[in-house]
Design a binder for this molecule. Sequence first.
Ligand code: GLN
Length: 276
Amino acid sequence: MNKKIIENLLEESGISSFEAKVEAMMFIKHYLNLTAVDIAIEPEFEETKELMHAIEERTSTKRPIQYIIGQADFMKEKFFVNENVLIPRPETEYLVLSAIEDIKKYGYKKVMDIGTGTGCIACMIAKNTDAQVIGVDISLEALEIALDNSSKLGLFNKAIFRKSDIFSNVKADEKFDMIVSNPPYIKLSEKPTLQKEVTFEPECALFANDENGVEFYEKIISQAGDFLNPNGELIFEVGINQAQYVKSFMEQNGYGNIEIVKDFANIERVVKGRKI
Ligand code: GLN
């Protein structure tokens, strides 16, 4: 057996050749504990039943590889994932990096992450700043994963988690310097057009129920002022073509200094502003 054979199996099932290369290496690493250097030195290896079974599952069902192996890469860390949480996306790194920059610049100490899912945002902010991050989610199953991830990264009292439907379980006198969120923003009408892999992810993490996919931005923006310190910051990841709407909704609700950050595909991906 060698890496090329695995790549071919993946490609024959319709997976792009770029993805097939990435995933073949992920399978080899996970099931055989071999690195890219190991297989460069010795390209041939013994396959195992578990490896072949996993590849078969991937090609026949299109279940995402991250759910099959139970982990996903995010900002050079490994995060536990299962079907109760969204798989962290590379786009979200723009949100986290932008948040970290401002936390350091303004000396923010208390951060809230709404819809924390895997906890990837909360954990990476906690790991890279002096702030304490409270991640909330409506899903208890998601909070379990988030807690596993923060423990694994040794962030026990820096990234903490709580069940809350947006602000439902946040006390009126609890104030934050920054509120960050990557909420569900896909329009329900887009459901039939999604890649098969995405259908394995939790619907409550993917979809907003309104026509433009902005219901969670509206809910968060209209309430966040009550939970932010003066000059506190609200920072979002947004979907394609949502940035300008989110920006103007923030302006109408008492936020200024609004900035938009583009991602690697030149798509407006992050919208942030400060309470005025
Ligand atoms: N906050 C999590 C992430 O960015 C989950 C986002 C979501 O489920 N919409 O990965």
